[in-house]
Design a protein around this ligand. Sequence first.
Ligand code: XLS
Ligand code: NI
Ligand code: NI
Length: 456
Amino acid sequence: MSFAPTSSSSEQPSKKQKKSDGEFFPNVPKIEYKGEDSKDPLSYRFYNPEEEIMGKKMKDWLRFSVCYWHTFRGKGADPFGFPTMKRHYDDESDSMENAKRRADAAFELFTKLGVEYYTFHDRDIAPEGKTLEESNKNLDEMVDYLMELQKKTGVKLLWGTQNLFSNPRYMNGAFTNPDAHVLAYACSQVKKVLDINHKLGGENLVFWGGREGYQSILNTDIKRECDHMATVFKMALKYKQENNMTAQFLIEPKPREPTKHQYDYDAQTTIAFLHTYGLEKDFKLNIEPNHTTLAGHDFEHDCIISSKYGMLGSIDANTGDPLLGWDTDQFPSDPKKAALVMGAVIDQGGLGSGGLNFDCKVRRESTDDVDLFIGHVGAMDTYARALRIAAKIREEGTLPGMIKERYSSFDSGFGKKVEEGTATLEDCEKYIQENGEPEQRSGKQELYEMILNHYV
Ligand code: XLS
Ligand code: NI
Ligand code: NI
């Protein structure tokens, strides 16, 4: 694809640029849908927000969201190297002025992309102070500022969350820290995030337990730690209910990293945890495909399994790299994989209050401002194309029909009795006495794969 880069460093507006000077990304236009034949990387080929697919607008199926941390706080540092990116709107200071300028740039990006949602951690939007009071004061000032930007642009908050993993105080965990003092600090942060999330109209609230797990089983009382985590969730629920808050609570599973073992290992483990502690009605899951693959599953696995159990609340729509061992948080670019995820979303009738949040960062080597846009445009188009593919599969019905047929022995007679839960072991034995050896039935995996490719 031919593309003239628009932001070599010599073309960047000077560092002294004030927001009154106008745009932060002057070389990026409002991104428009130009159709499949477009060769312009700053256009959508598949994402046509108002177009209806299976009775709903594309934008309402997809509910795209930009994350603040990677896109506006990430600078390309990795475990082996320093930051590589300079942003002209970010003087890298901890000042409130800088935080506000960053927010202005962020809302310009959201608006130009045509994304209606964003997400943040408390510490992404406002500098952490020396005390909790100071941090909360900074947050309050920024929340007022963000509220104005939300009003001006119509962009909404998909979810807020609390950063309980960066500050050294959380090195041994937050809700699962062996020290009650640290737990209290973490919970104070949760309380504040509940408040600001509510004030900004956050539709969900995420708990990701980055350090809720262990590095060594030798120094860890697993049962007490899991009990404490559940107790904190109950405190948060109580506060939510008492204050008439409506945000859907979401837990984001991840098997490891930064801890060696994280308690919210994957979707099934987290669902079991919620049931164990009687929390299953008050929480859903926020599934991140890159975490799913880190847990040893396929990209789509956790989305599908949580959806089947009515627990898929939202998606952190990123991807990993099979050759790298960590959460590389790449922008998704595989429409076939994304189509399996969108299939789960269609089958459950949409994401409800959730969305497709790009918990993604441009590569460390992608240092131009415009790369931030290209990453999102490509990922949005991947999911828009995936929605079209998944819808077509359902409208034509070949694959769903094949699956239905595969299980048809459970639709009547003996099989139906099994599904209804009324069959006994004696019935099973009698069935075999009457019918003998089952016939071999091919799984036909290659046929399924071939047919899926017809749609991609
Ligand atoms: C980290 C997580 C994190 C959560 C929010 O791996 O994906 O970014 O989404 O705390
Ligand atoms: Ni995430
Ligand atoms: Ni992640």
